[in-house]
Design a protein around this ligand. Structure first.
Ligand code: RIB
Ligand code: CA
Length: 369
């Protein structure tokens, strides 16, 4: 059922305390929840969004991303598209996980805001050069755009304040092949290139245990080890809906049907998108709920106290008959190479979930039809 048009754009105030964030996503249902969380977070300055192919093709990602931002009144945010296939292999998408259009059973009005004229990897490089040391790049998708950006600008690790990656699985089973995670498995060459680009070259890394000139911070990598602890359940949606002042299906008190004016467009979207996602998890992961990988990564970029990390050297398998795309973590340091990732090994999931419900619930309440 189509939604009412979003309310007019929300004037975006600017405060010095805000954290400038670039998001790269493959919207996708959990990507869309991360976008909602970013818009709902007062400390987040959403600088731009770049789109990668992954859950669905890149053009559908760009459509979904703009439609979600318009739903919550943020058509001011620049949205760009980039390379539409992985670096060295054919694109594989996952309609069974996110639906044929990437947003489950939800329907959104066609995006009206234009796509950026900039190519995604160019946007990342240009914004990093324009604001050296300020931007946090949060990747929620295959790393195709980031790989192209670092090929164009080898100094990207120093120009960015931080890179936060949702991707990989460092001590847990995979969700794509037995040992591989989706974002890395779609474009393993890109992931390998990015992990190598952030590897310290003879110089120390902030927080490393090797003396030497500080180069740049290691990326924070949130793998399935922690993101699969973020289980969004029907009761979480009910709590979010209540905070927004409506029933879990988005209808306003009084049992209004979804096509009546009394529907909260954000809650209705969440209900329809998550119903598809929860049905998928019920079949594949044997619980009726949803791993919300991407919002956890975004929330961590805004508040790193949500996770505990360990520095480790990680490489990516490219030619394993059974393991191509596996993120291989050298926990025992047998390779003798300096660590290149800060891998999240613990997460305060209750604190994250409460914050997600509060912020997105309040965002929805502010947009009630
Ligand atoms: O493996 C989970 C990741 O793959 C998430 O980013 C999800 O959106 C999919 O892209
Ligand atoms: Ca994603």
């Amino acid at each position: 059922m189509p939604y009412d048009q979003a309310v007019s754009d929300i004037p975006v105030g600017r405060s010095a305390r805000r954290i400038p964030i670039l998001i790269d996503c493959d919207t996708g249902i959990d990507d869309s929840l991360a976008l909602l969380y970013a818009v709902a977070s007062p400390e987040c300055e959403l600088v731009a969004v770049t789109c990668s192919a992954g859950n669905v093709d890149a053009r559908q990602v760009a459509e979904n991303t703009r439609a979600i931002l318009e739903l919550v009144g943020r058509s001011d945010v620049e949205v760009a598209i980039g390379r539409e296939t992985p670096l060295a292999r054919a694109l594989v998408t996952t309609p069974e996980t996110h639906g044929p259009r990437g947003i489950g059973y939800a329907e959104l009005p066609p995006a009206r805001m234009p796509l950026s004229a900039r190519f995604s990897s160019d946007l990342i490089v240009e914004e990093a050069r324009r604001r050296p040391g300020e931007l946090t790049l949060v990747t929620l998708a295959p790393l195709t755009n980031v790989a192209l950006a670092v090929l164009r600008e080898p100094e990207l690790p120093r120009l960015l304040r931080r890179l936060v990656i949702m991707g990989g699985s460092y001590r847990s089973p995979g969700n794509t092949a037995p040992t591989t995670e989706w974002n890395v498995s779609v474009d393993p060459e890109a992931a390998k290139l990015v992990f190598e680009a952030w590897a310290p070259i003879g110089s120390a890394v902030a927080g490393s245990d090797v003396a030497g000139p500080v180069a740049f911070a290691r990326p924070i990598a949130l793998g399935l080890d922690v993101t699969e602890r973020a289980k969004f359940l029907p009761e979480h949606l009910a709590a979010l809906a209540a905070r927004a002042g409506c029933a879990p299906d988005g209808s306003i008190a009084g049992g209004a049907a979804s096509d009546m004016p009394g529907v909260n467009p954000v809650v209705r979207y969440l209900a329809d998108a998550l119903r598809f996602y929860m049905e998928f998890h019920s079949r594949y992961d044997h619980f009726y709920g949803a791993f919300i990988h991407d919002p956890l990564a975004l929330a961590t970029a805004l508040d790193q106290t949500l996770v505990r990390t360990e520095a480790v050297t990680v490489d990516v398998e490219l030619s394993g008959r059974l393991t191509t795309g596996e993120t291989v973590a050298d926990w025992r340091r047998v390779w003798g190479r300096p660590p290149n990732l800060d891998v999240a090994i613990e997460v305060e999931v209750a604190r994250f979930m409460a914050r997600f419900i509060e912020r997105v619930g309040d965002l929805a309440a502010g947009l009630a039809g």
